[in-house]
Design a protein around this ligand. Sequence first.
Ligand code: NAD
Length: 493
Amino acid sequence: MLNPDNLAPTSAPARPASDATPEQLRRAFDAQAAVALRLRTSTARERAARIRKLRDALLQHREALHEAFAQDMHKSPAEVEATELLPVMDEIRHALGRVGRWMKPQGVWPTSTSLGTRAAVHYQPRGRVLIIAPWNYPFNLCFGPLVSAVAAGNTVVLKPSEMTPAVAALMGRIVAQVFPPEEVAYFEGGPATSQALLDLPFDHIFFTGSPAVGKIVMAAAARHLASVTLELGGKSPTLIDETADLAMAAETVMWGKFLNNGQTCIAPDYLLVHASVKAPFIEHCLSALQRLYGATAQDRQGNPDLTRVVNARHTDRLAAMLQDATSRGARIVAGGEVAAAERYIAPTLLDNVPEGARVLEEEIFGPLLPICTYTDLDSAIAGINAGPKPLALYVFSRNAQHVDRVVQGTSSGGVCVNTAMLHFAHGNLPFGGVNNSGLGNAHGFYGFKAFSHERAVLRGTPLRLVKMFFPPFTAGRTRLIRRVVDSLRLPML
Ligand code: NAD
């Protein structure tokens, strides 16, 4: 059994968050103005040097990182390595290998109306950018976007979540070691700090968090017409049809759902299982749970590989959600144990959850997994489409037509077929949501683009065909312009 004394009391942060005053934030923002202009002309080599310095500092603080995560979330060193350090290291490696190529202007062919010109897309740094991060992967979701922002040549103000204070304090030390504040400034603090930062006219805001706060961020950005990237959340459906490899699907879902104790934006939020395979699928889930997290309820509660709920407020929220479901008649198939003092909620599978239960209405963001069934694929697709567009969607099936119907008939930020979560780890894929689950993308070239202004640069040539559109509009010239318009009916070569 875990010793509750090993868990940091959430009401007393490891270090009091030093909320900066609006004046201090303004001064830090102003101090970045000249550097942002200078960085416009920074070379790939200079940007890579900054990123390499960050990488070396991250590795230097590896053991401290494990300790900070143990303190904040009781997260195991292996999970810290796999879900916090590894994605950032991968983002860094990707950026170091490609930033020179990403920065190169992309020449484009002229179209009919721009014959006689030369044109290219230039990736210009946006300037001064703000990154606001959530608590669930506090390191990964702060430093991942930071790498993209630095690769794109911006100055950055970073605001981590206040809910993981030990990790936030360590990240502050790392940032201060690597960057002068005129390049990257770091401010801990909660919503008040966020909102004071949102009052400043940043050139771009990259926000990761809930859809509710995403709307606040977008409204604040509108005051300055700042561009935004919003990486939000939602209820990610996981569909398992009657042809699926049930053992593989069950094991993958049990891993994806209970990783980080379900506190993952792309975790399967609810299952849609074909009614004909529900019973065997649940059996596979139970045996996968035992293999991955312990044979008995006691084993699981004492399992050092299971991350805890981040704080008492979220533990209470999840316990109330569970209570709401069972009081409406849901059946607990596995788990259900709550030890509030340890911020422990067992990996829990819920069957027969009635409509209207909170677990079917709100993003769960914890270790509760409702199992719903369907019999008709079109109705299941219609059910998914009836809700806000999710961040991720998972489909397990051996029937290619079923897969195509689900992928084409629904919308979500990303999709995995016969696996889960891995699209986050693919550096050549855009990672982002759609509408309620987000706006814009992160990772690799897409992250670089999020922090870049795609600037159209067109150069005239001595062949000044544009002159045919200049007045005076004689009858001959008017005829010529009409012919040009008519010629556009011809197909492109
Ligand atoms: P949150 O929206 O509560 O907080 C995110 C950040 O916003 C924090 O830094 C917080 O201090 C700040 N904030 C909170 N309230 C604010 C306010 N009123 N005004 C301005 N700033 C405010 O989110 P969270 O609880 O930290 O994270 C969980 C949510 O984030 C979930 O919805 C999850 O799905 C989503 N998420 C999305 C991704 C993604 O990549 N799409 C990744 C992780 C988490």
